[in-house]
Design a protein around this ligand. Structure first.
Ligand SMILES: [Zn+2]
Length: 137
């Protein structure tokens, strides 16, 4: 198992768990693979989109993420280079996290994981505010 392409590479020989989660109205449901969420850094970025959407992010490969319900209720917001597709439920607006197709990467907003205890997350502050501005009109 090699994950060097992820912003937070997974530890060698980490036990991989399957997490489930979804949006508030429960139309959109997902599952993804990731090492124990509470043992890994969770990115708390202050760039405009992360802050506005309340992202607390972990990363997985797109072949380790799947929708188990409501994939057709998911819509996306894109801006700038359009490389990052910010996905949210079109019914309730819950932002589950972006997909980055050019990197084969899915970002999961840990807030939407079932039964997540935010107090136990190892938040890693990232200062991207200066390098990414708001979308140009
Ligand atoms: Zn929803």
């Amino acid at each position: 198992m090699s994950t060097p392409s992820l912003p937070i590479p997974w530890p060698e020989n980490a036990e991989i768990k399957v997490y489930s989660g979804g949006c508030h109205c429960k139309k959109v449901r997902y599952e993804f693979e990731h090492p124990d969420i509470y043992t890994m850094p969770v990115i708390n970025c202050n760039c405009s989109i992360c802050e506005d959407r309340g992202y607390l992010n972990v990363f997985t490969h797109d072949n380790k993420f799947k929708f188990t319900a409501g994939a057709d209720e998911v819509t996306t917001y894109k801006f700038g280079s359009n490389n990052v597709h910010h996905r949210f439920c079109r019914v309730c607006g819950t932002t589950i996290g972006p997909v980055v197709p050019v990197k084969g990467m899915v970002v999961v907003n840990t807030r939407t994981i079932d039964d997540i205890d935010l107090k136990l997350l190892q938040l890693r502050p990232v200062d991207n505010r200066t390098s990414r501005g708001p979308p140009s009109a």
